[in-house]
Design a protein. Structure first.
Ligand code: C2E
Ligand code: MG
Ligand code: MG
Length: 709
């Protein structure tokens, strides 16, 4: 299609007079307008339906209809509703002209027609019709845009009268347009919003520029956020576009929550911790301040989680988070640039950053507060548990300049506090760095020895004596490790590492097998002495622990009553229901159960009766001073009284002096274990001891029988 063709227009001429039609056609053609001819209304409409028409020249008198009626019909027809219609009338009376306009005509030409200028006049009408069509189009375009804009539009006079108001369709805080009418801004906006808009308006007026602002305020039900854009129009009038961005803000807040907060505890997460830490360090460097970084790790959390289930674990973590929040006194909401921050790095690891702590002692105060807050049992529905923390603290600038160094330092300090028996806090000391290297070395060596089934790992046996006749009645198997690289390593040092790293499982298996094999050897020699084996928590939690023991006893043909398992209070107390069930199975098997290190854990004595126990071992720390410390003696007396009532065998651990032995003897203690009577010794030595004891007994028996004879 050429430009000419595109721009060519088509006129429909409707006239019953043939001459008129021909003259019109000629005149219009000469002005470059195409012409379609119709004799009457019916023909005219056929053409309208089948051709695009740009203008209609309509005679008033038609054979089949009246020109005014046809004009109305054309206007109602969608394709021609906006097409210019020129009525051609012989009557130049005002009535006819009024009737033409009422029928929707655009203009009228009176006969006789001035043929010389007809084409030009038609072109003029077509031109102005195009302009108004463009205008209509642009108006509806603008309207469509405005309808799509989610803003409230307010046109304001310089006196804050509302000239135009179009509320955002979705914004329920904005009154309806009908209601507003031509009021002032004061009547339209809620006071908090009004205040902000006014301040933006005065800024816009003062600067002569457009202004964009965001603000938020509380509506009766929630916090709302708005974005305001102000643009000057003319003579002091302004257009204000107000957009309610509450949902967007909430979405952003949600994203922020997801990115920076832990979903379980709602505390800041690792990312947030890092970025906040970086900021604190920048400030601290600038203003020469001290920052404390604290690592708080829950002792034995994994065990609680595994035994009580994840729901209980979650509840516990939430409660711990609450309590820690109390210790720091900053809620996640108020964290701003320079404040303290509590965060959860994951699992049971929490961190606390103390900004500008001043004296190191202030961090100690916080750590003590945490220890205090966690002392109270946590209610998990079915049962209450006490979860203790191990806390490590590092300080900027003393222990490092970078986040990494400070984290590492706090982590090492935290490990140290675990090593020192948990439930305490430690401040980093450079020595700890070499400690953690040493820990890693121990782990690697131990793994190596276990893999190779090396002879550097073996058992020794510490005899347990009857305090009255000092005869060996039983023994405790204790692991020993003399490593090729590390030399002698005390179980007090490597057992905790084995527990942390899971190596305790192969190690525990090794100990059980060795001990049971040894019992079987003594059994073969007719030395039926029971041997106690220490069982660590992780080992006891293995679901198949009872089966393993049953299989070993069977494999070595050992009488089950010759095996005693030593469990610490902590192991027993973690999941009472499960423990009771397991212990029942072990009892059915015929194995005895002993509570090791009794008195150092948290078990209430009242709980003891719920478990099928056989023996209590009073911890060495109580025995050490029974001959000098009244309190220790009364504790030992109390333990003994309860144990007697529960018909448990009592073993006193760590007996080192005759005076201790005497006291224990006077209290009817069943068994004595300690350096006074024997250190842990190799199995061969214990065999000798038993042999000598046995032959002595035989002698006594034969002497007695001789006397009797
Ligand atoms: P435990 O089960 O309470 O063992 C008693 C510890 O006290 C042994 O230390 C023993 O040598 C020591 N001891 C005995 N009499 C005296 C005394 O009169 N004075 C002093 N000062 N100490 C005495 P050991 O062998 O170093 O073991 C330390 C801990 O390591 C054990 O405490 C036990 O908890 C753990 N352990 C040792 N062997 C094993 C094992 O095979 N498996 C597991 N899971 N833990 C073990
Ligand atoms: Mg023991
Ligand atoms: Mg013990």
């Amino acid at each position: 299609m050429t430009n000419d063709e595109i721009s060519r227009q088509t006129a429909l001429v409707v006239d019953d007079d043939r001459t008129m039609r021909a003259l019109m056609q000629k005149s219009l053609n000469s002005s470059g307008i195409d012409v379609l001819l119709a004799e009457n209304g019916e023909e005219a409409f056929d053409l309208i339906r089948s051709h695009p028409i740009d203008i209609v020249m309509l005679d008033v008198e038609l054979p089949d209809t009246n020109g005014f009626t046809l004009c109305r019909k054309i206007r109602q027809y969608p394709a021609t509703e906006a097409v210019p219609i020129i009525m051609v009338t012989a009557r130049e009376d005002s009535q006819a002209i009024d009737a033409a306009y009422q029928a929707g005509a655009t203009d009228y030409f009176a006969k006789p027609i001035n043929w010389a200028i007809l084409g030009k006049r038609v072109m003029l009408v077509l031109g102005s019709s195009r302009v108004s069509a463009d205008l209509r189009r642009s108006q509806s375009h603008n309207q469509a845009i405005l309808n799509a804009v989610p803003d409230t539009l307010i046109t304001l006079s310089s006196k804050e009268q509302i000239i135009e108001y179009r509320p955002a369709p979705e914004d329920r805080l904005m009154p309806d347009a009908e209601y507003v009418g031509r009021r002032s801004l004061t009547q339209l906006l809620p006071p908090r919003l009004l205040e902000k808009v006014r301040s933006a308006l005065s800024e816009a007026r003062a600067s002569g520029r457009s202004v964009q602002r965001e603000f938020d305020f509380s509506s009766p039900s929630r916090r709302v956020h708005y974005e305001l854009r102000l643009a000057a129009i003319e003579s002091g009038d302004y257009v204000a576009l107000l957009r309610n961005i509450t949902e967007r803000r909430q979405g952003e807040e949600k994203m922020r929550q997801l990115a920076y907060f832990d979903s379980l505890t709602k505390l800041p997460n690792r990312q947030y911790f890092h970025s906040h830490f970086a900021e604190l360090l920048r400030e601290a460097t600038l203003h020469h301040q001290r920052v404390a970084c604290m690592f708080v790790d829950l002792d034995n959390f994994k065990r609680i989680n595994d035994t009580l289930g994840h729901d209980a674990g979650d509840t516990l973590l939430k409660e711990v988070a609450n309590r820690l929040t109390g210790a720091v006194r900053t809620t996640p909401r108020d964290i701003d640039r320079g404040s303290d921050m509590l965060s959860r790095l994951g699992g049971d690891e929490f961190t606390i950053l103390l900004n500008d702590v001043g004296d190191q002692g202030n961090a100690h105060v916080v750590a003590n507060r945490i220890l205090d807050l966690l002392r109270k049992p946590i209610d998990l529905g079915e049962q209450c548990v006490v979860v203790t923390p191990s806390i490590g603290i590092s300080f900027y600038p003393e222990h490092g300049e970078s986040i990494d160094e400070l984290i590492k330092a706090a982590d090492s300090a935290m490990y140290k506090s675990k090593e020192l028996g948990r439930n305490n806090f430690q401040v980093f000391d450079p020595q700890m760095n070499s400690d953690s290297k040493q820990r890693l070395l121990v782990e690697n060596r131990l793994r190596d020895c276990l893999d190779k089934n090396s002879e550097s790992l073996f058992l020794v046996y510490q005899p347990q004596f009857n305090p009255n006749n000092r005869q060996v009645v039983a023994a405790e198997a204790l692991i020993r490790w003399i490593d090729d690289v590390l030399g002698f390593v005390s179980p007090a040092d490597f057992i905790p590492i084995a527990e942390e790293t899971g190596l305790i499982l192969p190690l525990g298996d090794f100990v059980l097998r060795q001990a049971i094999a040894q019992i079987s050897k003594w059994q073969a020699l007719d030395f039926d002495i029971p041997v106690s084996v220490n069982v660590s928590a992780v080992q006891f939690e293995q679901p198949d622990i009872v089966d393993r023991i049953r299989n070993l006893l069977f494999e070595y043909r050992v009488k089950p009553e010759l095996l005693t398992l030593e469990l610490t209070e902590r192991v027993i107390m973690t999941d009472v229901t499960k423990t009771v069930e397991k212990l029942m199975h072990l009892k059915q098997l015929g194995v005895s159960i002993s509570v090791d290190d009794f008195g150092t854990g948290y078990s209430s004595l009242a709980y003891l009766k719920r478990f099928p126990l056989d023996e209590l071992k009073i911890d060495r720390t109580f025995i050490a001073n029974i001959d000098s410390d009244e309190d220790d003696l009364s504790i030992v007396d109390a333990i003994m009284a309860i144990a007697k009532r529960l018909k448990l065998t009592i073993v006193a651990e760590g007996v080192e002096s005759e005076s201790q032995l005497k006291i224990l003897q006077s209290r009817d203690c069943d068994l004595i274990q300690g350096y006074l009577l024997s250190r842990p010794i190799p199995s061969a030595e214990l065999t000798d001891l038993l042999t000598r004891q046995f032959s002595r007994q035989l002698k006594v028996v034969s002497r007695q029988s001789r006397v009797l004879d």
